[in-house]
Design a protein. Sequence first.
Length: 353
Amino acid sequence: MGGVSADEAMRRAIALAARGLGTTSPNPLVGCVLLDPYGDVVGEGFHAYAGGPHAEIVALAQAGERARGGTAVVTLEPCDHTGRTGPCSGALISAGVRRVVVAVADPNPVAAGGIERLRAAGVEVEVGIRAAEAEAGNLAWLTAVRRGRPYLTWKYAATLDGRIAAADGTSMWITSEAARIDVHALRGTVDAVIAGVGTVLADDPRLTVRNLRDGTLAIRQPLRVVVDSAGRTPLDARVRDGAAPTWVATVKEVGAGPEGRVELAELLAELYRRGVRAALLEGGPTLAGAFLSAGLVDRVVGYLAPKLLGAGPAALADAGPRTISEVIDLEFTDITPVGPDLRVTAYPRKTEG
Ligand SMILES: NC(=O)c1ccc[n+]([C@@H]2O[C@H](COP(=O)([O-])OP(=O)(O)OC[C@H]3O[C@@H](n4cnc5c(N)ncnc54)[C@H](OP(=O)(O)O)[C@@H]3O)[C@@H](O)[C@H]2O)c1
């Protein structure tokens, strides 16, 4: 009987955690593997949705008595507070777990303290196993909690020369159906989709998550947010069609920034208060420029079509830089072909907030 090492079990726990992607907010993704004293897997679990059982509780329920004297391998520090469910630290102690292996400590002061409680009860705790991998899997949630605002991805679709429309304003469709299906999958991983009123007036987008072939809506829809200083969103705009929750964020509600437009840091703070941990900024170029110049974009996902326009508006309007030394520096982390197009992912080297 070989048994499984804590390191191998953590790899499995990280994979399990990822199954909750898009449904756990405002909670994190968490995976847990329980090993008996011989190192055999006796329970597995992940946190599937807010209000549902935590990963540790799912795994403990499977393991029953076999958890006694064993090891719990968890991607995030077990919580120590009673929210919608009881503290996981207490459940692990009651189940007689002897050792707990944690990848990442919980940055959320409300839930943290599990490690301390476990140690105080005589449970051996190790922290930091596969920490980088677990951090990467929970990047949006961890960044959001540390900054007190949603993790923001700016997504755009453009020609290879960075144009989002032709000189006469026509723009449908620059990228392929495959790329648009991919965008809907991306929307399915976030809690809110954000667009400027300029885009709503020009394109009247739905901003829902749906099957492009038959229009069927996904069960879980992100909040649709229109950034609209003066409330110009028409009453019959598609974003108000009731297919998903919508918030038209005006200066009156959020407050004004320097140019009398919606204050973007405050908008994100309010979204965080409403439970949004990951948001997708879908443009257009004016709003994207404003978010980028405020240092509020955490990830850029560009869909590039093998097409050239030469003239027409660019994907990004004024984003701050006046001279080359002020350029917004990014790092490419992924380039994936999607149908005939490319999906390029990059991270700004520096963000604020
Ligand atoms: N290819 C793509 O990926 C893509 C995606 C989206 C849009 N588009 C295209 O983009 C075009 C629309 O672009 P756009 O630049 O006019 O629209 P936009 O960026 O969606 O909206 C700009 C508007 O947002 C409002 N806003 C509120 N607070 C703001 C703030 N703090 N900073 C900046 N703006 C703020 C402003 O209007 P108020 O002052 O009235 O609030 C501003 O005029 C359309 O033609 C559309 O097709 C393309």
